[in-house]
Design a protein around this ligand. Sequence first.
Ligand code: ADP
Ligand code: 5GP
Length: 214
Amino acid sequence: MTTNVFIVSAPSGSGKSTLLARVLAADPKLVFSISYTTRPPRGRERHGRDYFFLSREEFEEAIRRGEFLEWAEVFGNYYGTHRRFLDQARAEGKDLVLDIDVQGARQLREKFPEAVSIFILPPSRAELEKRLRARGEDSDEVIQRRLRGAAQEIRRYREYNYVIVNRDLDEAADYLAAIFKAERLKRAKIENEIRPILAGFEQAREGEQDHGAA
Ligand code: ADP
Ligand code: 5GP
């Protein structure tokens, strides 16, 4: 099976992690790329589950060793995608899901033009601010910085193949799951599966012709 590379971006607080957690739990064909970051962990975040938390020195060393498929500086911290998740998805015949920002998405599209990208939008600026506050993880200053960042990121939605407005969580999760599933059925991606089916019909037809000739 071809490994699909799915890029999911959204302004911080849009509900992307919540959405992804739901969809990933329901679809065993997806491998989630756990990013590396120099940002400190938030409340319930755990090393190795939500992120791999590194010091700046460790991160810079990993950059030098060429371990990242892409990396970027977001809100003053480094974030990067380790190569091994793509290797793992390929080895297991699964699809890879990347939760990365617009800069990382750009780098990945250059490397994998066939990557499928999805942009998640909050229903409004006011709702985004509400969600950032409700999460209760960031200081007022960080929230203001994230809101300013959101304005910049949202302008880049045109670079994405799909856009989902995360108004209702159930509906948005259904859409995201549907995109992942539909992409797997693109004809070019399932040629290997189609070939033996067609071959079976061809063999039967040849058999019938032989009978006819006899
Ligand atoms: P992100 O990963 O995009 O930064 P989170 O998944 O942490 O965002 O969500 C931010 C906050 O918004 C969380 O408190 C989450 O429970 C809430 N949230 C997510 N989606 C919705 C939704 N559709 N409606 C209301 N609240 C939501
Ligand atoms: P947060 O700090 O809210 O978890 O994430 C901040 C931003 O960094 C989000 O836009 C998120 O998508 C992005 N991000 C997370 N991991 C990566 C990564 O590996 N690479 C890049 N480029 N961005 C990332």
